[in-house]
Design a protein around this ligand. Structure first.
Ligand SMILES: [Zn+2]
Length: 139
């Protein structure tokens, strides 16, 4: 009878140890998964930035649009171009009575024809005016 009890206790201890080691493993797994998630986060941001093919400048193009805005209208830039920050609308020196209504349009890579414009921009140092883009795409 005592032998049987000792056997039972031994089985219980083994069972307890196995249960603990499984618990430890699952605990480690759940600890690793949020870390993996953290490592993925900057990748998501990077892919998001990589998805932008080019940026173009869009003015209101009506009678109230000032000459500076009109001249910049249709300018295409690569998203990492340093001039992008300088021409970012609204202009402080905009002469329009309605104020600067210009915007930058961000075009993603899944847009049709974005690859052609992006490679055209790369060949032209990252920035093209409207005419250069039109001429470059006709060819
Ligand atoms: Zn403007």
């Amino acid at each position: 009878m005592i032998r049987f009890l000792v056997f039972l206790i031994a089985v219980y201890i083994i069972y307890y140890l196995i249960k603990n080691s499984i618990k430890g493993r699952t605990a480690r797994n759940t600890y690793q998964s949020p870390q993996g998630h953290k490592e993925k986060k900057p990748d998501v941001v990077n892919t998001h930035l990589k998805e932008i093919s080019y940026v173009y400048y869009s003015s209101a193009k009506d009678g109230d649009t000032c000459d500076v805005c009109k001249a910049l209208d249709g300018s295409h830039l690569l998203p990492n171009h340093k001039t992008l920050h300088n021409i970012k609308p609204p202009h402080t020196d905009c002469k329009s009575s309605k104020g600067c209504r210009c915007t930058l349009v961000y075009v993603t890579r899944d847009e049709e024809g974005s690859k052609e414009i992006e490679s055209l921009l790369k060949r032209h140092g990252g920035m093209c005016d409207k005419q250069t883009i039109e001429r470059g795409l006709v060819r």
